[in-house]
Write a protein that binds this ligand. Structure first.
Ligand SMILES: Cc1cc2nc3c(=O)[nH]c(=O)nc-3n(C[C@H](O)[C@H](O)[C@H](O)COP(=O)(O)OP(=O)(O)OC[C@H]3O[C@@H](n4cnc5c(N)ncnc54)[C@H](O)[C@@H]3O)c2cc1C
Length: 340
């Protein structure tokens, strides 16, 4: 087995979080990781360190401290204005080799995945991707990462016994975001950045910002599965009445009945709505991952044996094409509900 560039004898007992930001705003998953990282660092008596890279992002360091970081390593440089793996990978690699942290966490965003993958290869360590939970073993200081495997049939607990840093990526919504404490104090350490333009092979030509929906922020989610037979207008009517968002399972997305960004589940979004109304969905593991943190799940399915009922708080057995129109009509006349 290949040895990592550094190991346990020289590791620094610290949990690092890649603080991903875009145009001066943190990605939600970075704040979620700070909150989870804080709990793990407290359990171990370790430091929680944020790695912040960008241009003109100094003001974000205090925000990271408010969300739980003890220390922020700040790399502020014109060549870090936009994410490029050459620049971010170089700076992060140098910072890691300088400090040799035990744990490095990143959001499983496109950039976070890119960075974590590049770093894992350069550091010759392992990377647990798309973890569904993380915890520190108090005795050994080993990070225990929960990852679903074999198509969701098993939940594997993965530990890195020798390789360092112990790396993991986590998707948005898996951990709840913490509350900021503006009175928290911490250290901000400016990193020396030795980037040159020649080192960056990626040339950013244009930034196109999609109008995409972020289901992870929805408080009410109305999800339609294969059982709604592509009738997302009906889903939209209900979602509008409840001031919520429309989501879908994978089959209707694959069949082009609804946009991919609305997919809920393991390959879609992991959501934390207060209420999820789940219609015509069987309840496959890959889907349930996406609503497992919902406060309340209401399921409508014509099959009384559908596995979704095992996860639902309220189970309605019946045809969605009977139940939903009746529900929509009832909500239209219900006091206190916004009329569509
Ligand atoms: C690696 C991998 C990743 C995956 N990731 C995801 C993911 O992120 N998200 C996801 O959703 N899936 C994902 N899948 C697919 C997943 O395993 C299931 O196949 C999928 O969730 C099933 O979608 P469904 O419940 O809409 O369809 P089905 O399983 O076909 O269920 C349809 C349900 O509708 C009910 N029904 C039919 N007609 C009516 C009616 N008129 N009224 C009421 N109920 C009715 C049926 O009783 C049935 O229970 C993934 C699969 C793999 C292998």
């Amino acid at each position: 087995m290949v040895e990592s560039l550094y190991g346990i004898p020289v590791e620094r007992k610290a949990i690092w979080v890649f603080l991903e930001q875009c145009e001066g705003v943190f990605e939600g998953v970075s704040l979620e990781l700070l909150s989870k990282g804080r709990l793990m660092a407290d359990r171990m008596g370790w430091q929680l360190v944020g790695l912040l890279m960008g241009k003109g992002v100094k003001k974000l360091a205090q925000e990271a401290i408010a969300y739980g970081a003890d220390k922020v390593l700040l790399a502020d440089h014109p060549l870090l204005e936009n994410f490029t793996i050459d620049a971010f990978g170089h700076v992060a690699f140098q910072a890691i080799m300088e400090d040799k942290p035990s744990v490095f966490l990143s959001g499983a965003t496109p950039n976070g995945r890119d960075l974590a993958g590049r770093l894992a290869v350069r550091l010759r360590t392992g990377l647990n991707a798309d973890c569904t939970d993380l915890r520190m073993d108090l005795e050994t200081g080993v990070l225990v990462s929960e990852v679903s495997g074999f198509g969701g049939g098993v939940l594997a607990l993965i530990e890195m016994q020798k390789h360092r840093p112990q790396m993991a990526t986590v998707r948005t919504g898996v951990f709840p975001p913490g509350e900021p404490n503006v009175d928290r104090t911490g250290e901000v350490l400016q990193l020396t950045v030795d980037l040159t333009r020649e080192m960056i092979k990626t040339k950013l030509k244009e930034r196109v910002v999609g109008e995409g929906v972020d289901l992870t922020q929805a408080e009410i989610l109305v999800v339609g599965g294969r059982g709604v037979n592509g009738d997302y207008q009906m889903m939209r009517k209900l979602a509008d009445l409840l001031e919520g968002e429309v989501g879908a399972t994978r089959p209707p997305v694959d069949e082009g009945q609804i946009e991919r960004e609305r997919m809920v589940g393991q390959t879609g979004s992991v959501c934390r709505p207060k209420v999820a109304v789940v219609c015509g969905v069987s309840g496959a593991f890959h889907f349930v991952v996406g609503i497992q943190y919902a406060d309340t799940v209401i399921a409508i399915n014509s099959d009384p044996e559908a596995p979704i009922f095992d996860y639902a708080d309220y189970c309605i057995v019946g045809d969605v094409f009977d139940i939903l129109p009746a529900l929509i009509n009832a909500l239209k006349v219900a006091p206190g509900v916004k009329h569509a």
